[in-house]
Design a protein around this ligand. Structure first.
Ligand SMILES: Cc1ncc(COP(=O)(O)O)c(C=O)c1O
Length: 391
């Protein structure tokens, strides 16, 4: 039998992270003790209230049935309250959809709105779901290049009118994975005006909403007056509550956009496991202490890593959000060769910038999701191996 995959799979750019997994497996097979800073899987644990709620829900026979398409009303209420309390946005219960993690929601949202041949505007470097998801639908991402000099914000003013008018979606995500960039309110105001002017759906992926430092709280795009006319915002419990493996997120915003996402999902899944949703409801109600401690733990890791890398010649600024560092590679290397060099010489694994789009060439991403000691150890291994930044 000749097995032929659908053409949409062959259109995907090479998955650099599969290559990276192989490199790590090869090193581990040689007995190397890698310090793995590749994947943005949080190091903090879920709130104890969430774990207790999960255990309780597991004992409830109702938890083991198919979940309702409309979602658990208690979770939806908790989401509405959370949005009000954390971001000062008013969300009605019809404007919420529960997701099996925000990655699932993003992929299905693109599938619900993009036809083959459609275009969408995507700033790069960015989380791969925003360009790989659309490619799977047959649409074509139009890259908005972002660079450090402009704070990794796309220059919306210079986009050709015909390109903006033809596009269907503008995808944003601030704080950004991988660059750790944040966006000011004025940028979101501009983005909402731009989306309205060119009749674009505005996606805001807000996965790192709570992972910020020095009191610099990120802005919800929906807090811009009138944003709900065009915007859907994706939230994740993975990063906020250390629940990456649980697969729970939600999207809020424009009701028509939410309904289309609900509609496509009724054909594809039944939503997350009911017991996980009960745990998520408990998590959304934990007090500020949990979140403050979480932020302090990543701020410590950020400081150890930035001070350490700067002592090796880098001149990194301390990012104000996320647990990532976007680090230029020393001259003589490209992203992938520096990843291999770090892995072979220092037993430290990081991600190549090209995994986040071509514009990530020349950078690697450190995910600071190990213990403070391991992060300090990674720096001292680099120092011992003679790794320096030389411009
Ligand atoms: C920007 C961004 N959005 C979405 C996700 C997906 O998160 P989840 O599916 O766990 O909610 C990630 C995960 O790394 C991310 O970095």
């Amino acid at each position: 039998m000749k097995i032929e995959e659908a053409q949409r799979l062959s259109k995907l750019p090479i998955y650099v992270f599969a290559l990276l997994d192989k490199l790590k497996a090869d090193e581990r097979a040689k007995g190397k003790d890698l310090i793995d800073l590749t994947i943005g899987s949080p190091s903090h644990l879920p709130p104890k209230e969430a774990i207790a709620a999960l255990i309780k829900a597991l004992e409830d026979p109702k938890s083991h049935k198919y979940s309702s398409f409309e979602g658990d009303p208690a979770f939806i209420d908790a989401v509405c309250q959370w949005c009000k309390q954390q971001y000062s946005i008013n969300i009605h219960k019809d404007e919420v959809v529960t997701l099996v993690g925000s990655k699932e929601g993003l992929a299905h949202f693109y599938l619900a709105f993009l036809n083959p041949g459609d275009t969408l505007l995507v700033p790069l470097p960015m989380y791969p779901s925003h360009f790989r998801g659309p490619v799977l639908t047959g649409a074509e991402p139009i890259v908005l290049p972002t660079v450090e000099k402009n704070g990794f914000l796309p220059e919306l003013d210079i986009i050709d009118k015909s390109i903006a008018d033809k596009a269907k979606i503008l995808s944003l995500s601030y704080p950004t994975n991988p660059t750790a960039a944040t966006a000011p309110r004025e940028f979101f105001e501009k983005a909402v005006r731009f989306a309205k002017k060119h009749n674009l759906i505005l996606i805001h992926d807000f996965a790192y909403a709570e992972l910020y430092f020095e009191g610099q709280k990120p802005i919800s795009c929906l807090s811009v007056p009138g944003a709900k006319d065009v915007c859907i915002e994706f939230h994740s419990l993975s990063k906020t509550f250390g629940m990456a493996g649980w697969r729970l997120g939600f999207a809020v915003g424009n009701k028509q956009l939410i309904n289309a996402l609900k509609n496509i999902k009724t054909n594809l899944d039944y939503g997350p496991f009911a017991a996980t949703v009960k745990a998520g409801t408990a998590a959304l109600k934990v007090g500020d202490n949990y979140l403050d401690e979480m932020r302090q733990s990543y701020q410590r890791k950020r400081d150890i890593a930035v001070n350490g890398l700067n002592s090796l010649g880098w001149q990194l600024k301390k990012p104000l959000a996320t647990f990532y560092l976007w680090v230029p590679v020393p001259s003589g290397f490209n992203a992938m060769s520096f990843v291999e060099h770090l892995m072979h010489k220092a037993d430290v694994a990081v991600s190549p910038g090209i995994g986040f789009g071509d514009l990530g060439e020349g950078y690697v991403r450190f995910a600071l999701v190990e213990t403070d000691e391991k992060i300090a150890e990674a720096i001292s291994r680099m120092k011992k191996a003679g790794i320096k930044y030389n411009g």
